[in-house]
Write a protein that binds this ligand. Structure first.
Ligand code: HEM
Length: 272
């Protein structure tokens, strides 16, 4: 294991540890002050039903997305094709959870507050931008990089798809970085909004001195986890090394002019 791998694993472990710890403290607050999952979950107006939004959006959307973001860089011990499948798998969990989390919170807001309840905080505006961009990214990713087009298309059409794939890959990376940042910011804003609503409930148990330790620790850890993961995924030094034996020796001289070897490239070609 080289210095690159140690750094990538170090960043990944630190980021995931902070994100899990921050999410766990945020969840502990929901259990201690906001009924956790104890109330009737078939009643869409309860706090527990609302807490499903947090469960889906944080644990089944943010975290799988984070794992998907690091899977190419950290899992170099598996083939690139399998790393791609893992990346798609994690993001498919995120895709399904984000749809479920949205439908669920929309229903909760409607049933609890009527038409007044929709889209009135920065969390909801930024949340909608996040979902729109993420859903576009998932659909484009599946269409371009997961469907085995070679089984269905002619050679000419394959060339067209190949060009599209190559042309879009930098944008796919850039949108992926932005999506992760947006998801983390949406979660931070969501927690802040929810702590704030708690203070307005006039619940004697929900006093500043009781809630602040949860709020301070959870928000700080999630923020630090987000920054550490961003430091890893935007750093081109840590992109997955290309396989050394991609080209046969007799092809190297002709291909080199078009596709240079990794070791001849001063800066990795995949810039943000
Ligand atoms: C990427 C993650 C998330 C996304 C995309 C997201 C998206 C949304 C959307 C679109 C709404 C508005 C629904 C409506 O108005 O009908 C909403 C509401 C809400 N969400 Fe999230 N959410 C996320 C994570 C979280 C988390 C982790 C919390 C933590 C408690 C949270 C707390 C809330 C609250 C309190 C509301 C009520 C509406 C408000 O006052 O803002 N959300 N969310």
């Amino acid at each position: 294991m080289g210095l690159r791998d140690i750094s990538v694993w170090g960043y990944s472990a630190a980021a995931l540890a902070c994100l899990c710890a921050g999410g766990a403290i945020g969840w502990q607050y929901l259990v201690e002050f906001r009924y956790g999952l104890d109330q009737d979950l078939s009643d869409t107006t309860t706090e527990s039903y609302f807490n499903l939004h947090v469960l889906l959006m944080y644990w089944l959307y943010l975290l799988p997305n984070a794992l998907g973001a690091i899977s190419f860089r950290a899992f170099t011990f598996i083939e690139r094709e399998n790393a791609k499948r893992l990346h798609a798998f994690f993001n498919t969990i995120g895709f399904i959870a984000s749809i479920a989390g949205f439908v669920l919170i929309y229903k909760h807001q409607q049933d609890t507050y009527g038409d007044y309840g929709h889209f009135y905080t920065p969390h909801t505006y930024i949340g909608m931008i996040t979902l729109a961009l993420y859903w576009f990214q998932w659909i484009a990713g599946v269409f371009l990089y997961l469907i085995p087009w070679e089984n269905f298309l002619s050679k000419d059409n394959m060339m067209r798809i190949g060009k599209l794939k190559g042309g879009f890959i930098q944008s796919h990376r850039a949108i992926g970085y932005v999506c992760f940042a947006l998801i983390a910011v949406s979660c931070l804003l969501g927690f802040i909004t929810n702590y704030y609503y708690g203070f307005t409930k006039n619940d004697p148990n929900h006093e500043m001195k009781n809630v602040l330790p949860f709020m301070n620790k959870s928000l700080t850890l999630i923020f630090v986890g987000m920054m550490v993961l961003l430091l890893l995924i935007v750093n081109t030094k840590y992109v997955r090394p290309k396989p050394k034996d991609t080209y046969k020796p007799q092809e190297t001289t002709t291909l080199q002019a078009v596709v240079p070897n990794d070791k001849d490239v001063e800066k990795p070609s995949s810039t943000f």
